[in-house]
Structure formats: structure tokens, C-alpha cells
Ligand binder design. Structure first.
Ligand code: ADP
Ligand code: MG
Length: 257
């Protein structure tokens, strides 16, 4: 099978008018179809940089990057990007926000519109289509952002700390909803999070990065029983705490370097 994502010895240098800094180096990564992978590591270790390369928003200084076997040249409809900030347009209704990707790619028609209506309903937003973002809670807004990302039906979703602005309860609910929605549709996903328990609970694989420059420190395969459980219940599965402490211990050693 062709991996959905393949990064081959990626490095990136940010150049500003004052300095050049090596953000990431020697990044090798393969993500298989349907896999859910998390990137964790200290702030500044290059998680967002890696997602930006995969999203086609950033041309890496070195290395080769592929999505579905094709070199990445720029943003592609195959890749959906969801951020911590929902970036909903305040002057557009929820429905019109959710439709924006379809509009931009000229794929808005009665069928795609009704598919989005169904998605909104599935996310518990069936009655909110005519409201404006300011009328919604943070959790609801992130669900709209998810619908908007899914509306164009990308095979790969990049999620950059999508829960970090939410309260704990809302975040747990959204974790379950996202994993269920993506698994159901056979989507591949890469999640960036600073919450280690979230990474373990949601993922098939956790990738720990270290910094200065950002490199892959270690990969952790999540045991079958934890993977099969919904994120909320995964936290109570045998082996979860042990794995948490193992990765946590590794993270502490990175912090001290
Ligand atoms: P993370 O998402 O893991 O916090 P980033 O990918 O945002 O890390 O950043 C990695 C490194 O690159 C950091 O040292 C950061 O300061 C630097 N960096 C990120 N974006 C830019 C930019 N646009 N210009 C210059 N340096 C940047
Ligand atoms: Mg980041």
C-alpha cells in the first residue's frame, strides 16, 4: 500500500532578516492509510512546521515529501487542516462557514450541500445552521470547524492542537467524536497535541519529538486494547498508565537536554 504521508529526510530552516534557524532535521515518517498518528514534544520542537510541510503550505529546505505517493507542491484537496483557532468567519452563518471549502473548490451543489447538512446533524449542530459563530460555544465552534474540514472529503486530516482552547469535558467529548467520525470514514489523521494522555487515547502511534533542532526522538506503538477503546475509556484500559509514564519519562529527559 502507498503510504498516505511519506517524509524523507526533511529539514527546514526558517530565514528571517536577522537570522536563520534550523527548525527540524532528519525527519523520516510514513503514515499508512487509516492510521491515526500523534506528534508530541516540547513547544518549539517543530510539530507545526511538520504539519505545514504536509499541508503544502511550507516548502521544506531539504528532503522529499509525498501525499498518496505524489510529491507535495502546494495545498491539495486531499489534505484538510484544522487548527486550534477555529477561524470561522463571524459574518457568515454556521452553514455558510461549513460550505466555504466546497465554494472555493467549486464543488458546491445540492448534493454536497445536503451532505454538509447531514454532517452538521451528526455533530449535534443540526439546528445551528442559521446561527452565527458568536452565538456558539467553543466546543460547538470546533465541531463546525471539523464539519468544514470534512466537507471537501479529504483523505488526510491534519489537526493542530484542535482541543487546546476547550474546557476539559468538552475536549473529552470532542476526542471521542473525532476518532469515531474519522475511523468510520476511513480517514488518516495526524494530530499535534501537548496533552500526552490525549495522544495515547486517540492514536495508533505516538511520535515523540525533541528540539533544537526538532528530530524524531522515539516512536510508540499503542497497544491494541487501548486503540480499540474510545478515547474516554482508553484511559482506563490496562497498560495505559504504564505507557503514559514511560513516554512521560522520555519527555522529561528531552526537557533537560
Ligand atoms: P511547535 O509547533 O512544536 O511548537 P513550530 O513548528 O511552531 O514548533 O516551531 C519550530 C521552531 O521553528 C521554533 O524554534 C520556532 O521558533 C521556529 N519557527 C516557527 N515558525 C517560524 C517562522 N515563521 N519564522 C521563524 N522561526 C519560526
Ligand atoms: Mg505548534
Amino acid at each position: 500500500m502507498v503510504p498516505v504521508v511519506e517524509l524523507n529526510d526533511i529539514a527546514h530552516v526558517y530565514v528571517t532578516d536577522r537570522e536563520a534557524s534550523l527548525a527540524v532535521e532528519g525527519i523520516h515518517l510514513k503514515v499508512e492509510p487509516g492510521e491515526f498518528v500523534s506528534l508530541v514534544g516540547p513547544s518549539g520542537c517543530g510539530k507545526t512546521t511538520i504539519l505545514s510541510v504536509i499541508a503544502g503550505l511550507l516548502q521544506p529546505s531539504k528532503g522529499a515529501a509525498y501525499v498518496n505517493g505524489d510529491p507535495i507542491y502546494g495545498p491539495s484537496p486531499e489534505v484538510g487542516y484544522m487548527l486550534q483557532q477555529d477561524y470561522l468567519f463571524p459574518w457568515r452563518t454556521i452553514m455558510d462557514n461549513a460550505l466555504i471549502g466546497l465554494e472555493l473548490t467549486e464543488r458546491l451543489n445540492p448534493e454536497s450541500r445536503s451532505a454538509v447538512q447531514n454532517l452538521l446533524r451528526e455533530m449535534g449542530l443540526g439546528d445551528s445552521g442559521n446561527l452565527y459563530p458568536s452565538q456558539l460555544s467553543g466546543g460547538m465552534r470546533q465541531r463546525v470547524a471539523l464539519v468544514r474540514t470534512l466537507a471537501t472529503d479529504p483523505g488526510l486530516l491534519l489537526l493542530d492542537e484542535p482541543f487546546s482552547a476547550l474546557d476539559y469535558q468538552t475536549k473529552l467529548q470532542l476526542e471521542d467524536l473525532i476518532v469515531e467520525t474519522l475511523k468510520e470514514r476511513g480517514k488518516t489523521a495526524i494530530l499535534v497535541t501537548h496533552d500526552l494522555s490525549e495522544a495515547i487515547a486517540m492514536s495508533d502511534r505516538v511520535i515523540l519529538l525533541n528540539r533544537n533542532p526538532g528530530r524524531i526522538h522515539r516512536l510508540f506503538d499503542i497497544p491494541e486494547n487501548i486503540r480499540r477503546a474510545q478515547p474516554f475509556f482508553a484511559r482506563k484500559e490496562p497498560g495505559f498508565n504504564e505507557l503514559f509514564h514511560e513516554i512521560w519519562g522520555e519527555m522529561q529527559t528531552i526537557g533537560k537536554e
